[in-house]
Design a protein around this ligand. Structure first.
Ligand code: MRU
Length: 349
């Protein structure tokens, strides 16, 4: 279906990455693989299909896959017949993708809610918790957006990488939330969106949602960001994150690290916007963050056309790690971390 089939979306917009039906019987996902050509919603009523949707990036972006996972657990809880089966379903959803910590975080939070409630109607308890996760994520995005907006120069151009917007979260967005916050505060902001090879989250998704909001955006090739910085055309970079380690190292979409290196070389602030659910204090440093390797076909194919010789190997890590020393500040709903380090993060615990 081509319009959001939900009367009161928690996203707070007329589109949403993930919602749960009012009857708690299906997860509604906007198929992001089809954007910007088509806005199409799909209903998921079983867990294997939902897991495949997360893997194949029907839904993507760290907070959004956490929310979709929690909603998926509601659907799963309606069908399981034993505690052991419930645990297996929960583990299967939590391991659908490895890098974004929000996925496992959301599932573990739902399991804790079930244990604390000591009731047999798991689905109802999980539905309440999952909706709370969704609501809190939107509120967190708005708050980090409000805090981060103060750091965006009026009249400036902001570079962003991948899509850390409403489509990647419960709604409003993290990095794009900061840009929205700046615009709502009355600042004039232009955005350069890295196209984000190989799956074009910047070119397809960031451009789609900013254009919908009437925010000035232009798409650039990833490889041109350094050149635009050298020409003085970028005043700040803002990105999201899939996992922030205890020492402040930041995992995000592949290509983020080279944005940070370029920003440092050109004396441009490099900001990360993320909810506290993305901070993983059990992960000592970026070296401990699992990095997803995705299919070679994402690089070897353009549609049906093969663009890499058949006898040549391919490396396709989906994320990289930016060391804390390259991050100017982290915007979070708990506050702004100006000293990006274990000490700085521990001040918000
Ligand atoms: O592979 P994706 O599209 O799920 O990667 C998403 C990103 O890297 C985002 O920048 C990150 O999840 C932050 S979303 C608020």
């Amino acid at each position: 279906m081509s319009s959001l089939p939900h009367p009161e979306p928690i996203s707070g917009a007329n589109y949403s990455a993930a919602e749960l039906t009012l009857a708690n019987d299906a997860v509604i996902l906007l198929d992001q693989r089809l954007l910007p050509s088509r806005e199409e919603y799909v209903l998921f009523r079983d867990v294997p299909a939902l897991i495949e949707a997360i893997r194949s990036m029907v839904v993507r972006g760290a907070p959004a896959i956490g929310i979709a996972a929690a909603y998926g657990l509601v659907v799963g809880a309606r069908t399981v017949s034993s505690e052991a089966e419930f645990q297996r379903v929960a583990e299967a959803i939590a391991s659908a993708r490895p890098t974004a910590v929000n996925l496992r975080w959301a599932i573990e939070r739902c399991i804790r809610a079930v244990k604390a409630a000591k009731v047999t109607d798991y689905a109802e308890i999980i539905a309440q918790e999952a909706r709370a996760i969704h609501r809190e994520d939107v509120a967190a995005c708005r708050e980090m957006g409000r805090l981060g907006a103060a750091y965006i120069p009026d009249g400036g151009t902001v570079l962003t990488h991948c899509n850390a917007g409403a489509l990647a979260t419960g709604g409003y967005g993290t990095a794009l939330g900061v840009i929205r916050g700046a615009v709502e505060a009355g600042k004039k902001v232009r955005v350069l969106a890295d196209e984000t090879r190989p799956l074009q989250q910047g070119g397809r998704l960031t451009a789609w949602e900013l254009a919908k909001d009437g925010i000035a955006v232009e798409v650039i090739a990833d490889s041109s960001a350094g050149w635009f910085m050298a020409r003085g055309e970028i005043q700040a970079a803002v990105v999201g994150s899939d996992r922030i380690a205890a020492n402040g190292d930041v995992a995000n979409k592949i290509g983020t690290y080279q944005v940070a290196v370029n920003a440092r070389a050109h004396n441009i602030p490099f900001y990360v916007a993320a909810p506290w659910s993305t901070v993983d204090l059990s992960c000592p440093s970026g070296a401990d963050i699992p990095i997803e390797e995705r299919a070679a076909s994402e690089l070897t194919q353009r549609g049906d056309v093969r663009v890499v010789p058949t006898d040549v190997g391919v490396r396709n890590p989906a994320f990289d790690v930016t060391p804390a020393r390259l991050v100017t500040a982290i915007f979070c709903e708990r506050g702004v971390i100006r000293e990006v380090s274990a000490t700085g993060l521990s001040q918000l615990t």
